[in-house]
Write a protein that binds this ligand. Structure first.
Ligand code: GZL
Length: 355
């Protein structure tokens, strides 16, 4: 009998101790560290438009460096090879994969409404980088990071105008050809507008405008053809450095000299980007007279936007990156654009080594 009583008391005590333990832990079974839910990485689907230029490669690298596993991301990268169809297919694949965010660098502005609506229907925010999208409903994308391309164009033509003043070159003496970027790309639209407005304002001669697709190969081909068609070209406005390098190859193959002494018959080449070390070395040696910088480093800003969204806040709709003007000609160190004076950065070997 006594034994039974002891066993009964023991069981009651055990139940009390267990009950106290469960109350103390809130009844919740504590997880051991190894059972902690691994915080899932944020999955980003990145549709890059291509690999056509050094600028594009730098832009891609900036995104890859921002969205690493160490930073808490899984980046799914797709090269659209300059094809909107391929980019749309990639976005649809990202939707099927149910990524957390889609980042799109659109090859041209038009034709995105339907696929961006599909992303919105799937509840996936879209961030646009670099060129813009021309959509009927601006809420189809959450934010955009890139350059003011029209300002880039205004800066470059303001530099050219200042140069003509400093050299005593009259407006009628300028005979310009424009090697355009991919037609319909925001960069091409803004840079071409900058030139055309200046031609109108100053009375320069615009002999021809032809797309060179931002590539060195097309730049060389188009420039070779224009040199055959015109014997009085003295300024080549290139809408990116890779096409400028191609144009200089054609100029030199034709036995002419790329340089800034227009009065001596040299052909002045001016350009955009400032990413390619070779193009910057051409500024140093005078083969390119001026480059309006186009900043490709969008990764950190896009990461910041995603952090804002992850925190449940609303990011700014548009974010413009800051950009310089590069030249080796130091007769003037500022150019006026719409009442604002922009500094001219005189390029040095150090600038090139840092690229
Ligand atoms: C500009 C970008 C352009 C660069 C080119 O932001 O879209 O495309 O200027 C690139 O080099 O190919």
């Amino acid at each position: 009998m006594r034994v039974k009583r002891f066993v009964g008391i023991g069981l009651i005590l055990l139940a009390v101790v267990l009950l106290l333990f469960l109350i103390g832990t809130g009844g919740k079974k504590e997880k051991t560290p190894k059972q902690e839910e691994k915080k899932e990485n944020i999955v980003i689907g990145f549709s890059q438009l291509g690999a056509e230029s050094d600028w594009r490669s730098a832009n891609t690298q900036s995104m890859l460096a921002a969205f690493t596993a160490a930073n808490g991301y899984e980046l799914i990268y797709d090269d659209g090879q300059q094809s909107q169809t391929k980019q749309i297919t990639a976005i649809r694949r990202f939707i099927q994969q149910d990524v957390d965010y889609i980042v799109l660098a659109p090859v041209t502005e038009n034709g995105w409404d339907i696929v961006l609506q599909e992303a919105r229907d799937a509840g996936i925010p879209v961030i646009i980088v670099d060129r813009q999208v021309n959509v009927s409903d601006q809420s189809l994308y959450t934010a955009w990071v890139g350059s003011d391309f029209e300002l880039e164009g205004k800066k470059l033509v303001a530099w050219l105008h200042e140069y003509t003043i400093s050299q005593g070159i009259s407006a009628e003496e300028l005979n310009i050809v424009n090697l355009q970027g991919t037609l319909g790309a925001t960069a091409q639209i803004g840079r071409t507008k900058g030139l055309e407005d200046a031609v109108e304002m100053y009375g320069w001669n615009l002999l021809a405008e032809e797309p060179a697709d931002f590539t060195q190969t097309k730049g060389r081909e188009v420039m070779a053809r224009l040199l055959k068609n015109y014997d009085n070209i003295n300024v080549v406005y290139c809408e990116n450095d890779n096409s400028a390098i191609g144009a200089i190859e054609a100029i030199e193959a034709a036995g002419k000299k790329a340089g800034n002494d227009i009065k001596a018959g040299e052909i002045m080449v001016i350009s955009f980007d400032g990413v390619n070390a070779k193009a910057l070395s051409y500024v140093l040696d005078g083969r390119i007279s001026c480059i309006a910088e186009c900043n490709p480093l969008h990764g950190p800003r896009v990461q910041q936007i995603i952090e804002v969204l992850e925190a449940g806040k609303t990011p700014d709709k548009q974010f413009y990156v800051s950009e310089k003007i590069y030249s080796a000609i130091d007769t003037f160190l500022q150019v006026p654009v719409d009442g604002i004076k922009f500094d001219v950065t005189i390029i040095t070997e150090k600038d090139i080594s840092e690229k």
